[in-house]
Design a protein around this ligand. Structure first.
Ligand code: 5GP
Ligand code: ZN
Length: 112
């Protein structure tokens, strides 16, 4: 989507600190980190939010989750959190599906 921030980041049209890239998945450092590790993992294909994933996207969903956990492992994180904010009321501000990887500090529960 031409006017989507994360589509443009994944395509390299807007700069980001890349963590991982293949032909389906892109991962980059969050611009306003909320923890020592705060990485966003996105599909290259535009999907607005988690609840817009279709049954045929199951493999992609698994890939995103597995890649996020692999990045956590690479970073040496033994305790971390993976978050998908789905909808404005849940804190979603960018409507291109993304998983947050947060770690490197204690994480309270329940989240706000
Ligand atoms: P949401 O609130 O939608 O769950 O998360 C959006 C995330 O994107 C936020 O953590 C925010 O800091 C991050 N973000 C917003 N704009 C940019 C940007 O231009 N570059 C990067 N790297 N992160 C961004
Ligand atoms: Zn997009």
């Amino acid at each position: 989507m031409a006017d989507c921030l994360f589509c443009n980041i994944a395509a390299g049209r807007i700069p980001s600190k890349r963590v991982f890239a293949d032909d389906r998945v892109y991962a980059f450092e969050d611009i306003a980190p909320q923890a020592p590790t705060h990485i966003l993992v996105i599909p290259r294909r535009h999907i607005s939010r988690l609840s817009e994933m279709a049954p045929e996207d199951a493999a992609l969903a698994g890939e995103l989750l597995a890649r996020t956990a692999a990045i956590a492992k690479e970073r040496g994180l033994t305790d971390f959190r993976i978050v998908a904010n789905d909808g404005a009321g849940a804190g979603q501000s960018v409507f291109h599906l993304h998983l947050h990887l947060l770690g490197g500090r204690g994480l309270g529960w329940p989240p706000g």
